[in-house]
Design a protein. Structure first.
Length: 339
């Protein structure tokens, strides 16, 4: 072999290695939004820009006050994507409690927009959650907030607006009236992005909403909440959701936990598996509650866990270990199928 041929072969080999490395890096950095694009609602289903069912799975941050506030930073978002493999993040902006939006709108907006922007940078979808139980008495403030958010993020495919976390025991008629007001405000700026509407009884009476859905606006979905181990959140509640789905209601599980509805109680893995399999069967997107280090069943972190991610398994609660394993398994399977 001549010297020149020898060098040509070596150079060709180096080029191939470089091309392989570039391809690998690109594959590693493919993100959910790049794969799915803008979401939409058609025929009772949430679809991606390729008209395929868009199933997202991720984590809900805790209230943006109290112990959960310290996890509202870009490092946590990066770690959740890298280590938990999330493609959906719920930003649960507190409204009524002290230090929430009603008392500190500027501070809360600054806090959550930093996290939203971090999620956009990571290429994951983000639920902007008006985390309020009494939004019907805070209509003016909700409209003002979503007017700003929709102006800022209009046309950004990552963004989903969740306009009322959990209505309490209140008539659907009143929830619907509030929703129509806020939806109209958002649509002045953002004509396309999905808006998620709550339902009575802490987002459990979704069957009632399904019988009288909102009309006149496109890309409207409805939230459904449950706590997998709660004795009151079993077959009867699942049946209500099944009824709503059978009626063609587009549903997203914006909050669920492995424990009971008070955030504590037991963690029944068998019941959690059943609910997870039910969501997979119906291809429902979900955000698991919640990222905090509070000493309770549904918290994903043990007390004292770093405020900036990088958590070893020894700093995860049983719920954290369980949810992380499921997210990695389900989202990695989906990523392979999307290629």
């Amino acid at each position: 072999m001549t010297t020149s041929k020898h060098y040509i072969i070596k150079i060709s080999g180096v080029i191939l290695l470089l091309l392989s490395a570039i391809t690998f890096c690109k594959a590693q950095h493919v993100n959910a939004v790049a794969s799915h694009g803008a979401l939409k609602v058609e025929d009772g289903k949430i679809l991606d820009s390729h008209n395929k069912p868009a199933q997202l799975r991720g984590i809900s941050l805790s209230w943006s006050i109290w112990g959960g506030r310290k996890y509202y930073n870009a490092e946590v978002v990066q770690w959740l994507k890298k280590d938990f493999k999330i493609n959906l993040l719920r930003v649960s902006m507190a409204v009524e409690p002290d230090n929430g939006y009603l008392k500190d709108p500027i501070g809360q907006e600054k806090l959550i927009t930093a996290v939203i922007d971090a999620a956009l940078k990571e290429g994951i979808y983000v639920l902007i959650d008006w985390h309020d139980h009494h939004a019907n008495v805070n209509v003016k403030e909700a409209k003002s907030f979503f007017k700003k958010m929709s102006a800022k993020y209009s046309g950004v495919p990552n963004v989903i607006y969740e306009i009322w976390n959990e209505p309490e025991r209140i008539a659907w008629k009143e929830v619907k009236a509030y929703a129509l007001d806020v939806i109209a405000e958002i649509r002045k700026n953002d004509k396309e992005n999905i808006i998620v509407v709550g339902s009575p009884s802490w987002d459990q009476d979704i069957d009632i909403a399904a019988k009288d859905p909102i009309k006149g606006f496109k890309n409207i979905a409805y939230s459904f909440h449950f706590y997998a181990s709660d004795p009151n959140h079993q077959e009867k509640l699942m049946k209500k959701a099944d009824e709503a789905l059978n009626l063609g209601l587009p549903v997203i599980v914006t909050e669920w936990g492995v424990g009971e509805s008070n955030g504590n109680g037991i963690f029944d893995q068998q019941k959690s598996d059943k609910w997870l399999n039910w969501m997979e069967q119906h291809k429902l997107s979900f955000a698991n509650w919640n990222l905090t280090d509070k000493k309770e069943t549904t918290a994903l972190l043990l007390p004292g866990a770093s405020a900036y991610g990088q958590w070893p398994s020894t700093m995860l609660t049983p719920a954290g270990i369980y949810i992380r394993q499921w997210l990695i398994k389900l989202n990695e399977i989906q990523t392979k199928n999307d290629k």
